[in-house]
Design a protein around this ligand. Structure first.
Ligand code: UDP
Length: 476
């Protein structure tokens, strides 16, 4: 239960419901509240979709009340308790589904919820595992693990080539440690592996034309059908109406659009590092100063948790005034896809979360890649080495989730240089922009009627529906 997992799940639920299949989205009260605007809109739309909020057992595992999303975990050591609480949902989910008037045909659940395999087995229905990551990153992670690469290196900062790939992809163990690394996660890792191997298929938020070789190769190693059904979010025909996505925006959407309307086409850089990274005040100030020095208009998202008194003062006392004509600062949750879909946006400084990456790909935007942790360094390699729409900012060390990240990874000069290079109108920049444009055309085609993701969805639904009963359950 994290924004980057739930947002695509809710999009997926809508995509399935649009095909006439009854979908139940199982979540928890705090998360349902975040999606209230979407839920209200869906209620009015008449789509066969409903949200069920089951109580989350915080108290039972020593979590503070209401700690129902990864971004609410107060300290990294409590992450294990969070996953324990999540697995305790298996009883209530099974009871709910048994008592449900429409017995479900299948469960589609995030790979991080291996316990849903037990529920599916008990109900004797298939479970599909969902990954909010591309096939490239899934294959790289699989190959690094299956070739025991970490046994062959002397330090976690020693670069190595990912084995068994078509392209030359170089990373370090620190950058690509695999999912849930370390002893404390060994049990969960094993459970996820077993549940994914046993799954009836794998659902990925990607599309065939984006990464055909990686999709085919990943399918081979999984020995299982991999369903590319995305980009899910493109089901929303009008991105400019998508203010509240995952949470209500912290800025008035109309004034944000009016500000963008006043800018030249493809001139504004959008800067956001997703929902889970935490950037220290000293690093944030370097970002701000680098943007200012680049002389490029920008929208910069600073999260609520990053707005300590020192940062708030720095923004308010001088910086914001100096950049008033060029910069818009969003304090809190941004209406990201609404912003990215505006013609004034010309580039995206991203942490390389897969959703943000795919949103940029669908919009035909070149990127500055600034990975922090998890799958992000591998996603960066995909954007820079395979798709060639990304300009690396040059970070080599992860800024791990929940750890002290007070040192500066990238200076203002580094930020300025990357922004100038991204927005450069020269030959290299123009070619990069053209590659990004072509990828976005393919993304849109994939989701249109008779496109690859559209057709895959038809086949996917045929997998689990019978003529009489058409219901699916998503655990988000
Ligand atoms: N997002 C948003 N507003 C924000 C920050 C993020 O709408 O201020 C959305 C973004 O569009 C994406 C998701 O939240 O769909 C973040 O997912 P991603 O995989 O990019 O990063 P994560 O947050 O999982 O690291």
């Amino acid at each position: 239960m994290a924004q980057g997992h739930m947002i695509p799940m809710v999009d997926l639920a809508q995509l399935i419901a649009e095909r006439g299949v009854l979908v139940t989205v199982i979540t928890t009260p705090v998360n349902a509240k975040r999606f209230e605007t979407t839920i209200d809109m869906l209620d009015r739309s008449g789509l066969p979709i409903r949200f069920v909020a089951l109580p989350f057992p915080c108290k039972e595992v020593g979590l503070p009340e209401g700690c129902e999303n990864v971004d609410l975990i107060p300290s990294a050591h409590l992450a294990v308790n969070f996953f324990k609480a999540t697995s305790l949902l298996s009883g209530p989910v099974e009871t709910y589904l048994r008592e449900h008037k429409h017995y479900p045909s299948c469960i589609i659940s995030d790979s991080c919820h291996p316990w849903t395999w037990d529920v599916a087995r008990n109900l004797q229905i298939p479970r599909f595992t969902f990954f909010g990551i591309c096939c490239f990153t899934l294959l790289c992670t699989h190959n690094i693990d299956s070739h025991n690469v970490f046994d062959t290196i002397t330090s976690e900062r020693e670069p190595f080539l990912v084995p068994g790939l078509r392209d030359r992809i170089e990373v370090t163990q620190a950058q690509a440690p695999g999912f849930f690394p370390g002893d404390v996660w060994a049990k969960l890792r094993e459970e996820i592996k077993a549940a994914d191997e046993a799954a009836a298929g794998v659902v990925v938020n990607s599309f065939q034309e984006l990464e055909p070789w990686y999709l085919e190769s990943y399918q081979k190693v999984m020995g299982n059908k991999v369903w590319t059904l995305g980009p899910f979010w493109l089901r929303n025909k009008d991105a400019s109406l998508m203010g509240a996505r995952g949470k209500d925006a912290a800025i008035d959407e109309n004034s944000c659009m009016t500000w963008l309307d006043s800018m030249k086409p493809s001139s504004v850089v959008y800067v956001s590092f997703g929902s889970l990274t935490f950037t220290s005040p000293s690093q944030l100030m370097e970002v701000g100063l680098g943007l200012e020095a680049s002389e490029q208009p920008f929208i910069w998202v600073v999260k609520e948790v990053e707005l300590c008194p020192e940062m708030s003062e720095w923004l308010a006392e001088g910086f914001e005034e100096r950049v008033r004509d060029k910069g818009l600062i969003i304090r809190g949750w941004a209406p990201q896809v609404m912003i990215l879909s505006h013609p004034a946006i010309g580039g995206f400084v991203t942490h390389c979360g897969w959703n943000s990456s795919l949103e940029a790909i669908s919009m035909g935007l070149p990127l500055i890649t600034w990975p922090h942790f998890a799958d992000q360094f591998l996603n960066e390699r995909f954007l820079v080495d395979v798709l060639r729409t990304g300009v690396p900012v040059g970070v080599e060390d992860p800024a791990a989730w929940g750890e002290d990240n007070s040192h500066v990874h990238v200076t203002r000069d580094g930020v300025e240089k990357a922004v100038r290079s991204l927005m450069d109108g020269g030959e290299e920049g123009t070619e990069r922009r053209e590659r990004a444009r072509q990828a976005s055309v393919k993304a849109r085609k994939a989701m249109e009627q008779d496109g690859s993701s559209y057709d895959n969805m038809t086949l996917f639904i045929q997998q689990f529906t019978q003529p009489a009963v058409k219901t699916a359950t998503l655990s988000a």
